[in-house]
Write a protein that binds this ligand. Structure first.
Ligand code: NDP
Ligand code: PHD
Length: 343
């Protein structure tokens, strides 16, 4: 077993980490941290538990520690981070300097040159950037990121489409309220409404996608030159980001060829990796957030409505934003780090 901890364990994403890790066959959750206000409390006292399964009893009684490298037991091999990015950018380096490997969901440094930004089924080889990072920063530990939830939802399908020469992508998102955190949007703002702006989300989708689809040369990642334009919208669903994608390709594949490419997208031999990675619906009114977000335990990507347009291919894609889009993505990266000997 690998001993693991969660930084920011009491938050919305932190609670998903607890839920996923408490049932994990290879990771033993021994350590939870949060803000100075929560440190010293038991996890049950500090966390306002909002996940739809009971709080795991062995975690409920853990003492919440300060988010400080000195507070982490020496036998912890891997830390997951779900801190607010403003906090993460101040503290994550300290953990890496102290020798901890951090699999982080926070958005700071996702596009930094020497930070691997990884979806294991798409670009597992980018993890080797850790060697460059360790050389440059002198760390014994490492910092690895997973992408933004809207980006993760779309990129597995784009990686499959790249076989046909990915040139230009337009995407419009319909994002669930859980993406903004528990207190992110009020019910008076979102009920009977759609918010046509999510700060910073569009540029994250546009840049992170290009890094993920890029090629690792051994020294750096050459970003893919696909042109991505995103329009991001908050809608009154609880979980599950649905996205409408239009892709212009160098080739002119049939709908059947695109569906085959989606269905053939390679899975990974990791405990949390879904197989198939992409579930394709023939029904034109699927995927839907309420019906389809838990495919593959919340780790699969769903696609549907694949059709040809004058300039390429149009389809819809969906993933669970706090599982595949956040905590589950970091756990999957942790499994890859363990399998590939980085811990
Ligand atoms: N919600 C989502 O769907 C997604 C969120 N993310 C990202 O994940 C991260 C966490 O988001 P979310 O879980 O919603 O955030 P929350 O605000 O719900 O949780 C934040 C966590 O960080 C802790 N924390 C806050 N301030 C400090 C501090 N100064 N020092 C140490 N710990 C601190 C909190 O502890 P305490 O309880 O003591 O305050 C809590 O555990 C963010 O970077 C977010 O952008 C990414 C993808 C999706
Ligand atoms: N912005 C995303 C959630 C999020 O926190 O993203 P990021 O991990 O890039 O900060 C949403 O609203 O659904």
């Amino acid at each position: 077993m690998v001993n693991v901890g969660v930084l920011g364990a009491t938050g919305a994403v932190g609670q998903r980490f607890i839920q996923l890790l408490s049932e994990h066959d290879e990771f033993e959750l021994t350590t939870v941290t949060a803000s100075p206000e929560s440190a010293g409390d038991t996890y049950r006292e500090a966390a306002k538990w909002r996940v739809d399964t009971p709080i795991p009893e062995d975690v409920a009684t853990l003492e919440v520690r300060e988010t400080d490298p000195d507070a982490i037991p020496d036998d912890v091999d891997l830390l997951f981070s779900s801190l607010p990015s403003s906090v993460a950018e101040r503290v994550e380096h300290g953990f890496c300097e102290a020798g901890y490997v951090v699999s982080s969901n926070s958005s700071n440094e996702r596009t930094a040159d020497d930070v691997p930004l990884v979806i294991p089924e798409v670009n597992a080889d980018h993890l080797d950037l850790i060697e460059v990072q360790r050389d440059e920063r002198g760390w014994d530990g490492a910092l690895v990121k997973n992408p933004n939830c809207s980006t993760i939802t779309m990129v597995p399908t784009l990686a499959a489409l790249d076989a046909f020469g990915l040139d230009t992508v337009h995407v419009a998102t319909l994002q669930a309220v859980s993406g903004a955190g528990y207190s992110g949007v009020t019910s008076m703002e979102i009920l009977d409404n759609v918010l046509p702006h999510i700060g910073g989300e569009e540029s994250k989708m546009e840049s992170e996608s290009r890094k993920l689809l890029g090629e690792f040369t051994g020294a750096e990642v050459d970003w893919h030159d696909v042109d991505v334009s995103a329009s991001c919208n908050r809608v009154p669903t609880l979980d599950g980001h649905l996205e409408n994608v239009w892709a212009e390709l160098d080739d002119d594949p049939t709908v059947e060829a695109v569906v085959d490419a989606f269905e053939d997208a390679a899975s990974q031999d990791l405990p949390s990796a879904p197989d198939p990675l992409i579930h394709v619906f023939e029904e034109p009114d699927r995927p839907q957030p309420r019906l389809d977000r838990m495919l593959g335990g919340g780790m699969a990507v769903a696609a549907g409505g694949v059709q040809q347009t004058e300039s390429g291919i149009q389809y819809n894609t969906l993933a669970h934003n706090t599982i595949r889009g956040a905590a589950g993505a970091s756990v999957l990266n942790g499994e890859l780090l363990a399998r590939d000997g980085w811990l």
